[in-house]
Design a protein around this ligand. Structure first.
Ligand SMILES: [Zn+2]
Ligand SMILES: [Zn+2]
Length: 134
């Protein structure tokens, strides 16, 4: 696994302590956390961290293609450091978001002339095995 600081440097981002901390945390979780979750989890070990810094860092990482922003219509964004093509499943019962490792469908043939595709995100909704009682 590449060092988190190296990943930032390779994108021309100065690897400040806060940036490394946020990206390192995100690379270590599979929960697709929100800004608030990330902030609250990091705060005990990083008392000088502010919510704004976390937010701005996530914005920067997202602009540089290092994290995905996910919108499940919840009124807030979730973040994912796994930028490989994959889909998501949101359980409407427990609220957890799961990775589906199959790539999103090829949507390029859906586009009329003149449209350029830059990203496809596919979110599926339903109930997870735990919530469906399996
Ligand atoms: Zn569930
Ligand atoms: Zn994911």
């Amino acid at each position: 696994m590449k060092q988190t600081a190296d990943i930032l440097t390779s994108k021309g981002i100065r690897p400040s302590v806060q940036r490394v901390t946020v990206l390192h945390y995100l690379r270590g979780v599979k929960t697709h956390p929100t800004v608030d979750t990330i902030y609250q989890d990091l705060l005990p070990e990083n008392p000088s961290l502010s919510r704004t810094t976390v937010y701005n860092t996530l914005q920067l990482l997202s602009d540089n293609g290092l994290v995905l922003t996910l919108d499940f219509g919840e009124g807030y964004l979730r973040y994912d450091a796994d930028c490989s093509p994959h889909c998501h499943f949101k359980c409407k019962c427990c609220g957890n978001v799961f990775d589906l490792m199959s790539p999103p469908p090829d949507c390029s043939n859906m586009l009329p002339q003149g449209f350029n595709l830059s990203a496809v995100q596919l979110s599926l909704f339903g109930t997870c095995p735990k919530c469906s009682g399996h």
